[in-house]
Design a protein around this ligand. Structure first.
Ligand code: GTP
Length: 346
């Protein structure tokens, strides 16, 4: 999932690059225009800012501190806009730039910082506009003040609502992408994500972490006897039954077909094997009543532990998978961990 969130950061990087190009062009254009209008301080600031943006543009595509450099880029940009609003000889149309602030902030910085920065700078812009034109009867009347204030609020509101629903949609997509559609369990993508987090906790706190791969026995026969729908009901039954025996921190997920995985933070190899064996007994003791009759269920499982069986998820999956096939070969309905066969050993 971290990778998916990186994709969202990449999207912000592209928006920022486009904004920088626009700002460089506008800085040079207004820098020249303002020389002719004898607004030398503003012109110098615009040229300086265009040069600063050009410099940032060279590394913004690769920097790992994107958020930091975004803020460093935006603070002077927004200050320059407010400064231009306040200067005596600029046009009141400069305020149009202030109205782009919420869109830029929400797009580049997300909800919380976007709200904070746009409220601060749009507020300053509106105050600056009122201060500047307070004495000009043609501009300082209730209609213009209301239009400027309300249109600025509208920009903020729309940007906020847009970003809120974008974040919600992104979360919904991530939830969908990490959930198995048939059982509602976590899927392999979620397992990879949680494994990374649990592995770093396990290494930091010197705690064990184990993985169990379990595969239902003779599932094809169930499909053949009860049909594909019957098979699906069995998968949902297993998905609902086994997690009731687990802790909140354990992750039970469906790898695909009739194969499941169980990630057990804090459990060493023998503890994980004992737990898997108790799940096996629980499943055996809880047959499922289908329309065509009672279905007796069992699984074969293999267990692997972080460190002794490898350091990556792939290595642990491979070892646990190999032991699961040992369990199948040993007669099914059993758990294998490093040569030891649980259930047969009892
Ligand atoms: N109903 C249903 N069946 C599935 C699904 N995914 C895979 N299958 C079926 O699961 C069966 C798996 O069969 P096998 O790989 O031979 O495994 P098995 O019959 O459990 O035999 P062992 O694993 O050796 O005990 C196949 O018939 C697949 O079509 C699913 O989502 N729903």
């Amino acid at each position: 999932m971290a990778k998916q969130l990186e994709a969202s950061e990449q999207h912000r990087r592209e928006v920022l690059k486009a904004l920088m190009c626009l700002v460089i062009f506008a800085g040079l254009l207004f820098g020249v225009i303002n020389i002719f209008r004898e607004l030398y301080v503003l012109s110098a600031l615009e040229f300086a800012y265009a040069a600063f943006s050009l410099h940032l543009l060279r590394f913004i595509g690769t920097t790992e501190r994107l958020r930091f450099w975004t803020v460093i880029f935006l603070l002077p940009l927004f200050s320059l806009m407010i400064f231009a609003v306040l200067l005596p000889r600029t046009s009141f149309t400069v305020f149009a730039w202030v109205q782009t602030i919420p869109i830029i902030c929400y797009l580049l910085l997300g909800l919380r910082t976007g709200l904070f920065m746009s409220a601060a700078f749009v507020g300053l812009g509106v105050l600056g506009f009122n201060y500047r034109y307070m004495t000009e009867a043609s501009l300082f009347n209730i209609v213009i003040v209301a239009n400027v204030g309300l249109s600025s609020m509208a920009m903020m509101l729309f940007s906020h609502v847009y970003e809120r629903s974008r974040v919600d949609n992104e979360q919904r997509l991530l939830d969908l992408a990490s959930t198995d559609g048939l059982t509602g369990l976590a899927n392999r993508m979620k397992l990879a994500d949680v494994f990374e987090r649990e592995r770093s906790h396990a290494l930091r706190d010197n705690r064990p972490l184990s993985l169990v791969v379990l595969d239902l026995d003779h599932f094809k026969r169930i499909n053949d006897q009860f049909g594909h729908d019957g098979g699906d009901q069995v998968l949902r039954h297993v998905a609902a039954l086994l997690p009731t025996r687990l802790r909140e921190t354990d992750l039970f997920c469906r790898l695909g077909g009739e194969e499941f995985a169980l990630l057990l933070p804090g459990a060493d190899l023998s503890r994980a094997a004992e737990l898997a064996d108790s799940l096996r007994e629980h499943l055996c003791a809880t047959p499922l009543q289908l329309e065509g009759g009672l279905v007796n269920l069992s699984f074969s499982a293999g267990v692997a532990s972080l460190g002794e069986d490898g350091c990556s998820l792939d290595q642990l999956l491979q070892t646990a998978d190999r032991r699961m096939y040992e369990a199948k070969g040993g007669g099914r309905n059993q758990v294998v961990a490093a040569g030891q066969h649980y259930s047969l050993s009892r």
